[in-house]
Write a protein that binds this ligand. Structure first.
Ligand code: NAD
Ligand code: TYD
Length: 340
């Protein structure tokens, strides 16, 4: 079996590549990543020389390159993790989100169709469903109602994936997960940003009233879910993946401060994010009952493990913060590095 994993140098993609390289020594895994500001080959240092792993640098939206790669490698499975993924960046620069998340997905779908892959799996997000009030859960039948340029680009991509199944019979699945946390999370997102700021005794910026709710999913539980959907998912189906761990942002920040023994006075309430979704909560019944998935982590052990990972891997995030890693990428690869 030959797998193409796109975006495998990012947070979730790198955790997934490691999981698959170790679990399936008989599979060949090609990691295609543009190495934008969010892609980091240091995430895969421990498996970079594995016999069943190969890295290729490239842009999923570059059709000529993508078609050449598909022709050469003859992939069985394609898993698309590559994306611009940060909501705040999508508010200041939506164009690159359309380019990578929609045009990139379209280029991959066309190649998957032309070269006849066995399965195309699109890694999507619960944010395509929009926002919830105090009650209720997103199911796979919840209408799409994206509110940010990021989630709109992901919803657009999901509809293209659906259309390629309905129109051309492409064997596809879409997974829609809640907020992931765990090792190698890029330090612009809530949990790593707050850990690193707290370690530096810097203010922790909390948007609005801090009562927005996210449903936190450990990245390893997400990887296991994708593995199940890849091998057992019914073609054309969407599967929600959620941790059943709803927390307000304030609760998250207070938990981090408590673990690090830092004062709550570091919390600073700042201007709210425009269009800020209030609450996400996933109903993952379909994945549990149909494919037998169950998460291994509870939030208390998962967040403790994650905080300890950041404490024990300072060099990893210090290189990112100082810009040293991007300097290295430029010297090795040159070319476009994505939004800075
Ligand atoms: P990330 O930003 O950490 O990583 C994205 C990766 O994609 C990076 O390695 C980047 O270099 C690569 N990339 C960007 N543009 C590319 C292009 N044009 N061609 C090739 N590679 C490109 O993101 P993540 O948090 O790991 O998210 C992975 C996927 O999961 C995304 O599709 C995202 O929408 C989805 N998702 C993430 C979360 C979350 O909590 N992080 C939640 C739901 C869904
Ligand atoms: P984020 O990690 O950006 O993920 P998403 O927007 O995809 O859910 O943000 C998680 C929550 O934390 C979200 O409600 C916005 C909030 N947030 C802050 O309050 N301060 C911050 O500095 C960041 C990055 C996020």
């Amino acid at each position: 079996m030959k797998l193409l994993v796109t975006g495998g140098a990012g947070f979730i993609g790198s955790n997934f590549v490691r999981y698959m390289v170790n679990k399936y020594p008989e599979y060949n895994i090609v990691n295609l990543d543009l190495l934008t500001y969010a892609g980091n080959l240091e995430n895969l240092k421990d498996i970079e020389n594995a016999a069943n792993y190969k890295f290729v640098r490239g842009d999923i939206a570059d059709r000529e390159f993508i078609n050449g790669l598909f022709q050469e490698e003859k992939f069985d499975y394609v898993l698309n993790f590559a994306a611009e993924s940060h909501v705040d960046r999508s508010i200041t620069d939506p164009g690159i989100f359309v380019q990578t998340n929609i045009q990139g997905t379209l280029a991959l779908l066309d190649a998957a169709k032309t070269f006849g892959v066995t399965k195309y799996l699109q890694v999507s997000t619960d944010e395509v469903y929009g926002t919830l009030g105090e009650t209720g859960y997103f199911t796979e039948d919840t209408p799409l109602a994206a509110n940010s340029p990021y989630s709109a680009s992901k919803a657009g991509a999901d509809l293209l994936v659906r259309a390629y199944h309905e129109t051309f019979g492409l064997p596809v699945n879409i997974t829609r997960c809640s907020n992931n946390y765990g090792p190698y999370h890029f330090p612009e997102k809530l949990i790593p940003l707050m850990i690193i700021n707290a370690l530096h005794d810097k203010e922790l910026p909390i948007y609005g009233d801090g009562l927005n709710i996210r449903d936190w999913l450990h990245v390893e539980d997400h990887c296991q879910a994708i593995d199940l959907v890849l091998h057992k998912g019914r073609n054309g189906e969407v599967y929600n993946v959620g941790g059943n761990n709803e927390r307000t942002n304030i609760e998250i920040v207070k938990t981090i401060l408590k673990h690090l023994n830092k004062p709550e006075s570091l919390m600073k309430f700042v201007k709210d994010r425009p269009g800020h979704d209030r609450r996400y909560a996933i109903d993952a019944t379909k994945l549990r009952t149909e494919l037998g998935w169950s998460p291994k982590y509870n939030f208390d052990t998962g967040i403790e493990q994650t905080i300890n990972w950041y404490l024990n891997n300072r060099e990893w995030w210090e290189n990112i913060i100082s810009g040293e890693y991007q300097d290295y990428v430029k010297s090795q690869y040159g070319g476009r590095l994505g939004v800075e």
